[in-house]
Design a protein around this ligand. Structure first.
Ligand code: DC
Length: 234
């Protein structure tokens, strides 16, 4: 499916690369919609956990995914809230247990297929910033601008550690780094929509960049693209 006349910026990359923060800021600056596709996989994981299903029941999980009604509520200066069937699950879907389960349900083609229509439906005027793993490769292959964001596993573990610490949670840094490596490997090695840059994606390593620098770089690329001068880098 093409994104048609609606402009789309895809932001793909591993967790902790800064996609979520950058994507929400970018959507605010442009006045566009924001799709956090990871939240959709997390919402499926939460529903699966609550239903007591095993991650191996592919058909059952596909059915759960198809039945979910997910809404994103944008808020000024605060992270987007995620509602599932009207319930605010923004915090519940970020728990470590659900993060692990999300990465397991995301390997199932049945789940990925069920979430495709929900992602396409969010592509509305005046534009969409789509954050995930396969936004530029599978979900919006005709996007206006494709970005692949990376950062070293150590940087990503430190960012996650800080986030959790700010929430009053004391988590072991080395264990976090280990979990990040395991999740990366599962996301990159799976058969269905593995994590990889689209051929025409611009690769940005955010390890030594601030959020504002990344947003400005993407806005520059968008300007170039609209002037017809965009060239994939990296
Ligand atoms: O970005 P995140 O950490 O919230 O994503 C949660 C999980 O969902 C993660 O294991 C990767 C997976 N995911 C995916 O497979 N495809 C996407 N488009 C987005 C996330």
């Amino acid at each position: 499916m093409s994104s048609g006349s609606v402009p789309v910026i895809t932001l793909d990359g591993p967790s902790g690369s800064g996609k979520g923060t950058v994507g929400q800021l970018l959507a605010q600056r442009l006045g566009w919609h924001f799709l956090d596709s990871g939240a959709l996989y997390r919402a499926v994981a939460l529903a699966v956990d609550r239903a007591g299903c095993t991650p191996q029941d592919a058909a059952g999980l596909g059915q759960i995914a198809r039945g979910l009604v997910v809404q994103f509520l944008a808020q000024a200066q605060a992270p987007v809230r995620v509602l599932v069937d009207g319930e605010d699950v923004s915090d519940a879907i970020r728990e470590e247990k659900i993060s692990r389960l999300a990465s397991q349900v995301a390997v199932l083609p049945e789940v990925r297929q069920a979430l495709l229509d929900k992602q396409h439906a969010l592509c509305q005027p005046p534009g969409l910033v789509a954050d995930g793993r396969d936004m530029g490769t599978v979900v919006f292959p005709e996007a206006t601008l494709k970005i692949f964001m990376t950062a070293t596993p150590e940087t990503r573990a430190e960012r996650r550690h800080k986030q959790l610490k700010d929430k009053g949670l004391d988590v072991n840094l080395a264990r976090l780094a280990e979990e990040i490596r395991a999740r990366d490997a599962r996301d990159a090695e799976r058969g269905a929509s593995p994590l990889k840059p689209a051929d025409d994606a611009h690769v940005i390593d955010t390890s030594c960049l601030t959020v504002a620098q990344v947003v400005d770089r993407i806005l520059d690329l968008l300007r170039d693209r609209r002037l017809g001068q965009g060239r994939p880098e990296g």
